[in-house]
Design a protein around this ligand. Structure first.
Ligand code: FES
Length: 152
């Protein structure tokens, strides 16, 4: 019996290499199909894009004053000038979603729903809110105040 005929359970080198190549190709194909299958079922999260929106001028936002604004998705924010330091926060309380109010004299945010308090930096200081208010990035150029809002 020669090597080409095989027999007796022996596998020729050529058959072994062909089977190995086929196995590698099959594994690579299944891996690629699996990767795209998972990507189809669990798409990558969309990256958020922000755009600077003119919200106020410094002249209009005197120290201690606040000004409300609404982003393109209808979410309310509040711009505060705390002794020349301008910050912008979401008006949505981090407890159960009521709207907070700015108290200029006490220099703090107050949530009337369950008496939650946040300091002028948005930090939760009293009551049930579990975390600080969400903050927006603020840029002041010349006399203009821009807030970075998420694009729709
Ligand atoms: S919703 Fe603001 S304290 Fe409860």
């Amino acid at each position: 019996m020669n090597e080409k005929e095989g027999g007796g359970g022996e596998v020729s080198r050529r058959d072994f290499l062909a089977n190995a190549a086929m196995t590698v190709g099959l594994v690579a194909s299944l891996g690629t199909a699996g990767y795209y299958g998972v990507r189809y079922l669990v798409p990558e999260p969309r990256k958020k894009k922000f755009v600077d929106v003119l919200v106020s001028s410094l002249k209009e936002l005197t120290p201690g004053a606040a000004r409300e604004f609404i982003d393109a998705q209808g979410r309310k924010g509040i711009l505060v000038n705390n002794n020349g330091k301008v910050k912008a926060f979401s008006k949505i309380c981090t407890h159960l979603g009521c709207e907070v109010e700015w108290h200029a004299i006490k220099k703090e945010f107050f949530c009337p729903c369950h008496k939650g308090y946040f300091d002028a930096n948005g930090k939760n200081i009293k009551g049930p809110p579990p975390r600080p208010l969400d903050e927006f990035k603020v840029t002041v150029k010349d006399d203009n105040i821009f807030v970075a809002l998420e694009e729709v």
